[in-house]
Design a protein around this ligand. Structure first.
Ligand code: PDD
Length: 285
């Protein structure tokens, strides 16, 4: 039985209750995080909490827990749910109001919810063993504040479903200029002639923590050049390798886009080198 955290209490998931007037439920008015944890060791904990605080500040939720307070909740969830490969989901909504009214209400306490769920083991940096992802593509029709990790995920859900309904694992998204933004739940990269290229941080993409760690370890190592710049869909289809990253996947090689092979249709050697560096450096963040 999964033990969750809700507003100061640890209790079985089946007993957790929130009000139907919670603005997270009515409006998707909240911020969330997913922090990966392997054998009790979290990856990127500090940056995840910083991003959650940035999100809360952007939408005017006043809630000022220290990193230590969040760490205590995560540690408790890991302890109570068995420390294997876990994603720790943290969620703060603006709280339960007495009426449905769009303006931010004053003086209601935020709803704080957290739970742990099993995630796949981290990928082994071995081209022969890794699962290659197959993806669809579609125009990015989400809102223009994708840098905020909002719980209002219907746009992402619809884009993910597009790929899923085509039998694929993800959906790559592009803007009105046919430039790559990200995927429905991942950041996206191409590799061309040995250089890793990824769209820059702006309002069109989430500033992924896996992205932050990956670019950090690549730059520190220095053997694989990195560029942050706009990437056209023509470049995506002509790339030697395409990758997607997220907290639960780490660096995932894409082997097929809209039914066409990426490069030679196999995970690439730059991917293998990058995932190796990521595996070695991820606990330093
Ligand atoms: N998804 N872009 C989007 C739209 C995402 O939803 C995510 C994460 C990422 C990668 O961010 P990070 O590396 O910090 O996980 C990029 C999470 C895991 C989710 O919604 O389940």
């Amino acid at each position: 039985m999964s033990i969750v955290y809700l507003n100061g209490e640890y209790l079985p998931m089946a007993e957790a209750r929130i009000s139907p007037m919670d603005r997270g439920f009515l409006f998707g008015d909240g911020i969330y995080e997913v922090v990966p944890s392997y054998d009790g060791k979290m990856v990127g904990f500090g940056p995840h909490i910083d991003r959650m605080n940035d999100g809360m500040q952007a939408i005017g939720i006043e809630f000022d827990w220290s990193h230590q307070q969040w760490q205590d909740v995560c540690d408790q969830l890991i302890e109570k749910n068995g420390s294997g490969n876990l994603g720790i989901y943290l969620h703060i909504s603006r709280g339960a109001d007495s009426k449905r009214f769009h303006a931010y209400p004053e003086d209601i306490p935020p709803t704080v919810f957290a739970f742990a769920f099993e995630i796949a083991p981290p990928p082994v940096a071995d081209r022969a063993k890794v699962k290659g992802y197959r993806v669809s593509t579609t125009q990015d029709l989400r809102w223009q504040r994708c840098n905020i990790k909002s719980t209002a995920l219907l746009g992402n859900v619809m884009h993910f479903q597009h790929g899923h309904s085509e039998g694929n694992n993800e959906t790559l998204l592009y803007n009105a200029d046919r430039e790559l933004t990200e995927a429905s739940a991942c950041n996206a990269y191409i590799v061309k002639n040995g250089t890793v290229i990824t769209p820059p941080l702006d309002n069109q993409i989430l500033p992924g923590i896996t992205r932050l760690i990956l670019l950090g370890v690549l730059r520190q190592d220095g053997s694989i050049p990195v560029e942050e710049r706009a990437v056209t869909m023509d470049e995506v289809f002509a790339a030697d390798e395409v990758w997607i990253t997220s907290s639960s996947k780490e660096v995932a090689p894409v082997v097929e886009i809209d039914g066409k092979p990426v490069g030679n249709g196999q995970p690439g050697d730059v991917w293998e080198a990058a995932q190796k560096l990521y595996s070695a450096g991820k606990f330093d963040y």
